[in-house]
Write a protein that binds this ligand. Structure first.
Ligand code: PMP
Length: 380
């Protein structure tokens, strides 16, 4: 018998109460019944994003919301600043390029976070930048960026700050209104604890205004159209009804736990994961570790693909490998969404079992002992 667990930074495990809610018969979306559900969901999303501004929902994966941001928040001929420190930062630049937007790129060595000073410098040096695109947790490198400090720079200028929090939302502290962010994009299959298929974008007043003046081509991802429908608790096109019904339950769970407690839980599991990995003698990859996912360097003599296969096939524990130039060099363990201390102990213990099976020398029980110490001290 095998029991499967997702320790990947998306998709993540979905709570049974959410799965059951989604198994209910589909309701029609142009009804008061659907609008009532959507209204509750939209209130829950505002709490999750910490905003009083509208949060739009698209039937898409997270990248759809990234595309919506580019296609609505820039005008042709404008320039954007993009932080490229991993695969997802690069994606911002690629989308901009598709829309004919010139980008100024800050290239950050993978594993490091951009410093607010680097953004300030680039804005001072390059004239005509209208939007800054950043990534809260760069999932490919497990790096967290200081969004609060970057927002302090952009909110005082005629520059919009757009943040990819596809993996960070619900895991890292994020205060949309208080920090003065202009747009945050996210997706369902990470901290929100749903299957893939929904994309979200929260928009500040100035971002909404800018979208009304947009001139780049778009159709499905029109922010003005989605904002107009939202006034009636509707979406312009058929929404992913069952996912939205599941979302109501997932957001209710987040509200019941309390968002600050959710953030603290992620910080604790991240701290325990790092302690456990280091106790196994593994080297952490990120210089600015996130609470979403932890990356470790695969030790000499061990093949990353083989390690992941043993964990998956023998123990049902799915962890992620490295992406692009980090393929075969790192593995990534998420502590994201529907996860508790028990899950963290499970993944650390199965990692230890798999490593030992592949001939890696480490002390039995070292990882879980280190994690237990973190849990007992309640750090994080
Ligand atoms: N940005 C980040 C930071 C992500 O982690 C991901 C998904 N791994 C994406 C964007 C893309 O999201 P999706 O695969 O849902 O389109």
């Amino acid at each position: 018998m095998r029991k499967d667990y997702l320790f990947t930074p998306g998709p993540t495990m979905v709570p049974p109460e959410v799965l059951l809610a989604m198994a209910q018969p589909v309701i029609h979306h142009r009804t008061a019944q659907f609008s009532a559900v959507f209204e509750e969901v939209n209130e829950g999303l505002k709490y999750l994003f910490q905003t009083t501004q509208p949060v739009l929902t698209f039937a898409a994966s997270g990248t759809g919301a990234m595309e919506a941001a580019v296609a609505n928040l820039l005008r042709s001929g404008e320039k954007a600043l993009v932080v490229r420190g991993g695969k997802f930062g690069e994606r911002w630049a690629e989308i901009c390029q598709r829309y004919g937007i010139e980008t100024v790129n800050i290239d950050i060595e993978w594993g490091r976070a951009v410093s607010p000073g680097e953004i300030e410098e680039a804005l001072a040096r390059e004239k005509g930048i209208k939007v800054v695109f950043t990534t809260h947790c760069e999932t490919s490198t497990a790096v967290r960026t200081d969004i609060e400090a970057i927002a302090r720079i952009t909110r005082e200028r005629d520059v919009l700050l757009v943040v990819d929090a596809v993996s960070a939302l619900g895991a890292e502290e994020l205060r949309f209104d208080a920090w003065g962010i202009d747009a945050v994009v996210s997706g369902a299959q990470k901290g929100i604890m749903l299957p893939p298929g929904l994309a979200f974008i929260a928009l500040s007043e100035r971002a909404q205004l800018k979208a009304q003046q947009g001139d780049l081509p778009n159709y499905y991802f029109s922010i003005p159209k989605a904002l107009k429908s939202l006034e009636k608790q509707q979406t312009p096109y058929t929404p992913a009804v069952s996912l939205i019904i599941g979302l109501r339950v997932a957001l209710g769970m987040i509200r019941d736990e309390g968002l600050e407690n959710v953030w603290k839980r992620h910080a604790l599991l991240a701290e325990a994961t790092r302690a456990g990995l280091e106790a196994l003698g593994l080297k952490l990859f990120s210089k600015a570790p996130s609470n979403v996912v932890t990356a470790f360097e695969v030790p000499e003599g061990i093949e990353a693909g083989r390690l992941r296969a043993v964990m998956r096939e023998r123990y049902g524990a799915n962890i992620a490998g490295g992406q692009a130039q980090l393929k075969d060099k790192i593995c990534r363990i998420a502590h994201l969404g529907y996860m508790t201390e028990s899950d963290t102990l499970l993944v650390l213990n199965t990692l230890e079992l798999a490593l030992r099976e592949l001939g890696y020398a480490c002390e039995r029980g070292a990882a879980s002992a280190a994690a237990v110490r973190v849990f007992e001290s309640g750090k994080g």
